[in-house]
Design a binder for this molecule. Structure first.
Ligand code: NDP
Length: 448
């Protein structure tokens, strides 16, 4: 495919130091091959070049004062990748690994994910290399206030609407919203999502990404004549996505036997006691190894940073819910050898390219992140709707809408995969379905 190869070469040359962004764009573009072949006019319109170039990328200094009176400086980002479908929308990540490549890959993925939700939201992402671990509440607040003192110039409820991601939860969104309100002297509730229930948040937003992942998994298994009941599940991470994926999978009768954090993983053959995890992670902000001290019979295995012991545990279903590239080829081989027949990506791009190919070649059902974890952003968009109406839906109403959205996303992935003769390749199915919507919106708006 001459045009596709040309675009991939140009991308490589232009983004030499951005491996994550190149990985995400390569994965999407190569899977669009059959669509691009059908549309030779895309070349003259430079559609793929436009699709892979962010509309705007903002980078800024974030100075703040720590508890010892020492001034610290971090780098802040906001990438407004594609606004053809609606205001830019996507989370903020606070993690020391954050850099331009990671921001661009996340923003690029977000454009496709948001298109799949069927809701009017464009794609963006932001964050900082700030490390929230070990910081006091006041340090977190001062950092958030400084971050927002620049970010507020670039966002707005009809412009760009950030939310949480790794390292950004309810506490951080509260501090960010407070500062935005002071700076704007206006109550624009829809400027951030993931807010507290007392000031414009939506019921079920906290649960949405994890629940949505399991709703998608339920549909994918159903299409294969299977279900979650009685299945053994392993879940990486123990943050927002992991916790609520565990809760919903357990409600459907699955047994979650392992969870992790960046230091290691715990195994509990009896099934993870989620109340203990919630206490450690949501209340104490502690480490997962504390679980093994509190629950007799459970085992903790430390990770050496390179290897992830969680993927060596025997299971039927794996839900990677921590971070990007946490499953490589070796992990994928271990998973398949240990009986895993379905993988649901809760994290963004958790499976590297070789591992994706391996899973697909072995007939593993793979629920791709941009479809399977779209429940979070979809519920964020429902939060925006409620803010516009100045009204709140009940938990059951939001959860039912989420369930419906996830079922529709699965159907869209399945339909596109079938249309192009790709069988159960939902990775390509998701990319094609999202691309279809995104490129129609872009083409209708002229050369933008
Ligand atoms: P949290 O910060 O709540 O939790 C992240 C979890 O992953 C923690 O257990 C953390 O461990 C672990 N983790 C993070 N970085 C690494 C790393 N480099 N290596 C190993 N473990 C790591 O984040 P979320 O649960 O919100 O996000 C998890 C993933 O889901 C991310 O990829 C995010 O982009 C994606 N996502 C989140 C959505 C949301 O609504 N929150 C929506 C859609 C996608 P530790 O505490 O030790 O760092």
């Amino acid at each position: 495919m001459e045009y596709l190869n040309e675009v991939l070469d140009k991308l490589k040359a232009k983004n030499v130091n951005e491996p994550e962004f190149l990985q995400a764009s390569y994965e999407v573009l190569t899977s669009l091959k059959p669509v691009i072949e059908k549309h030779p006019e895309f070349k003259k319109l430079a559609l793929l070049e436009r699709l892979t170039e962010p509309e705007r990328l903002i980078s800024f200094r974030v100075p703040w004062v720590d508890d010892n009176g020492q001034v610290q400086v971090n780098r802040g980002f906001r990438v407004q990748f594609n606004g053809a479908i609606g205001p830019y929308k996507g989370g903020l990540r606070f993690h020391p690994s954050v850099n331009q490549s990671i921001m661009k890959f996340l923003a690029f993925e977000q454009c496709f994910k948001n298109a799949l939700t069927g809701l009017p939201i464009g794609g963006g992402k932001g964050g900082s290399d700030f490390n929230p671990k070990g910081k006091s509440d006041m340090e977190i607040m001062r950092f958030c206030q400084s971050f927002m003192s620049e970010l507020y110039k670039h966002i707005g409820q009809d412009v760009d609407v950030p939310a949480g991601d790794i390292g950004v939860g309810g506490r951080e969104i509260g501090y960010l919203f407070g500062q935005y309100r002071r700076l704007k002297n206006a109550y624009e509730a829809g400027v951030l999502t993931g807010k507290g229930l007392e000031y414009g948040g939506s019921l079920a937003r906290t649960e949405a990404t994890g629940y949505g992942l399991v709703y998608f998994m339920r549909e994918m298994l159903k299409a294969d004549g299977k279900d979650l009941k009685g299945k053994t599940v392993i879940i990486s991470g123990s943050g927002n996505v992991a916790i609520y994926a565990c809760e919903k999978a357990t409600q459907y009768g699955a047994k979650v036997v392992a969870m992790s954090d960046s230091n290691g993983c715990i195994y509990d053959a009896e099934g993870i006691k989620l109340d203990v995890i919630k206490q450690i992670k949501e209340v104490e902000r502690g480490r997962i190894k504390d679980y093994a001290q509190r629950v007799p019979g459970s085992v903790y295995t430390e990770s050496n940073g390179e290897e992830r012991p969680i993927w060596k545990i025997k299971a039927d279903i794996a839900l990677p819910c921590a971070t990007q590239n946490e499953i490589n080829l070796e992990d994928a081989k271990n998973l398949v050898a240990n009986g895993v027949f379905a993988v649901g990506e809760g994290a963004n791009m958790p499976t590297n390219l070789e591992a994706i190919e391996y899973f697909l070649s072995k007939g593993v059902l793979l629920a791709p992140a941009k479809a399977a974890n779209a429940g979070g952003v979809a519920t964020s968009a429902l939060e925006m709707s409620q803010n516009s109406m100045r009204y709140s839906w009940t938990f059951e109403e939001v959860d039912a809408k989420l369930d419906n959205i996830m079922s529709n996303i699965f159907k869209a992935c399945q339909k596109s995969a079938e249309e192009y003769g790709l069988g159960k390749n939902y990775v390509a199915g998701a990319n094609i379905a999202a691309f279809d919507k995104l490129c129609k919106a872009m083409l209708a708006q002229g050369i933008i």
